[in-house]
Design a binder for this molecule. Structure first.
Ligand code: TYD
Ligand code: MG
Length: 460
């Protein structure tokens, strides 16, 4: 067998290559390749890579019915309903959860806050490689966390931490942050891709063998590229991202991956002096500072997991100063915007060539389901023609290439949410009328089958 050679690793995205590259073929960064010894975890490879592999005994193979009866999924509530929902109904025993987000967004605050409630029934080990024990104490005081079950360990040696977890057996572990953790046997600096990956593997192993849920904080760097956490995503059980704009106090918690629940759920929080507060009624929050009597605005009724949310879509269509007009979409799929513009041009005879087009979804929300097509198209139409759309109207529906409005899911929940928030009219795909008993709702329901029909309905 060939001897383990040195490899070249991209320090930006973690790509491994047998030879040095000036530019990383994966992430496109220049001069990021550094030479490393191929990482071989202690005493592992010699046995496992030998060609004389032994087969597993019949005890290692289990029948499915045996497994399900033995491993009953145990979930802890965290005391924050929004976080529990994003986790899929609470924190699962033995799971490894990555909480990613930009520095300063509130990851440490969120995790420290749940300690008060979780501490009622469990001991918590809070490992911090970033802040001193005193700093954590000060923060805990501010957040009103004074449980006796919270233990702080301000250290960063991952192997020693895992040993401590195995021996002390706390109920829940928080690692803040993975970028500050290191394994001394690995010849690479703290926060590097190799260290992050190997530390995560180690924590995963500890979480599974000791059956202790572990939260890992991972920083996402400024340009949105998730250098550190990206390499951890496939290792961990759940990936939660904490997002929001620094200047706004709202924060959105989103599940990117979840082995124990849906990835569509979002949790909404507000950062205040006393820490993060849950926002149980996000639609109201998102619509609270809506401009009145302005063209280019339309309220979308979208589903975030199991919850309907009303969000404002803003479009601005203006004369371009450039030969190639600009198109930007914030919170909406860029390619989908092109498709909708093409349908508006071809099927309705409108003209957006030579005009800049901007789309923004208010409040940092991302509308990535097809039902958001119709409100985006209506906002684009409204801005182009300067015709107002009533602020008591909401719409949802997928747009097809023929200009037809196609059916979407969860009709009743969407219409009920629009009604609850005092909307007077709701434009819905005609195909969905079979699921809806119009007489049960006070809100005016307008079924449409084409984009033309929808535009006629809003400009009537
Ligand atoms: P933090 O949790 O330290 O962020 P992260 O761990 O993601 O890097 O959050 C720090 C920010 O939160 C900081 O800008 C101050 C703000 N903050 C409040 O507004 N109120 C509070 O009660 C706390 C604890 C923090
Ligand atoms: Mg922090």
């Amino acid at each position: 067998m060939a001897k383990a050679k040195n490899v070249y690793v991209c320090s930006s995205c973690g790509l491994e290559s047998a030879k040095w590259n000036g530019r990383c073929p994966d992430c496109g960064e220049w001069n990021t390749f550094v030479e490393r010894e191929a990482v071989v975890r202690k005493a592992s490879s010699a046995k496992t890579t030998a060609s004389t592999a032994v087969s597993y005994s019949s005890e290692d193979i289990m029948s499915l019915s045996d497994i399900s009866s033995r491993s009953n999924e145990v979930r802890y509530n965290t005391g924050l309903g929004e976080l529990d929902r994003v986790l899929g109904g609470g924190l699962v025993k033995g799971s490894l959860v990555l909480l990613g987000g930009e520095p300063g967004i509130g990851k440490s605050t969120l995790l420290l806050q749940i300690c008060q409630y979780v501490g009622n029934n469990n001991t918590i080990l809070y490992v911090s490689g970033e802040e001193s024990a005193r700093q954590i104490k000060l923060r805990a005081n501010r957040l009103g966390v004074d449980t006796d079950s919270l233990y702080i360990l301000a250290k960063s040696d991952a192997e020693a931490i895992c040993e401590t977890i195995q021996s002390a057996k706390p109920g829940v572990v928080i690692i803040d942050s993975v970028q500050t953790m290191c394994i001394s046997g690995i010849n690479s600096s703290q926060g590097s891709i190799t260290q992050v990956r190997e530390c995560t593997n180690l924590f995963m192993h500890t979480a599974k063998s000791a059956e202790i849920p572990i939260f890992i904080v991972g920083h996402v760097n400024k340009d949105g590229a998730i250098a550190g956490p990206k390499v951890m995503e496939h290792i961990v059980d759940a990936v939660l991202y904490f997002e929001g704009q620094r200047n706004l106090s709202y924060r959105i918690l989103r599940a990117e991956k979840n082995r124990f629940g849906s990835t569509n759920e979002i949790g909404v929080f507000e950062m205040s002096d006393g820490g993060l507060k849950e926002v149980p009624n996000p639609s109201q929050m998102l619509l609270s500072s809506r401009p009145k009597n302005v063209s280019g605005c339309c309220v979308a009724c979208t589903m975030e997991g199991t919850r309907p949310i009303l969000a404002e879509v803003q479009a601005l269509v203006t004369k371009s100063a450039f030969s190639a007009p600009r198109r930007t979409a914030d919170g909406f799929d860029y390619n989908r915007l092109f498709l909708i513009l093409a349908v508006l041009e071809k099927r309705l005879g409108l003209y957006y060539g030579g005009l800049d087009v901007y789309i923004n979804i208010v409040g940092g929300l991302k509308l990535d389901e097809p039902a958001a097509d119709l409100p985006v198209a209506l906002a684009l139409y409204s801005s182009l023609t300067d015709k107002l759309i009533s602020d008591t109207l909401t719409a949802f529906g997928e747009i097809g290439l023929a200009g037809e409005i196609r059916g979407v899911s969860h009709i009743r929940q969407r219409v009920a949410e629009a009604q609850r928030l005092g909307f007077e009219k709701c434009i819905i795909p005609k195909a969905c009328m079979t699921e809806l008993d119009k007489s049960k709702y006070d809100i005016g329901i307008i079924p449409v089958s084409s984009l033309r029909g929808a535009i006629d309905a809003v400009t009537k």
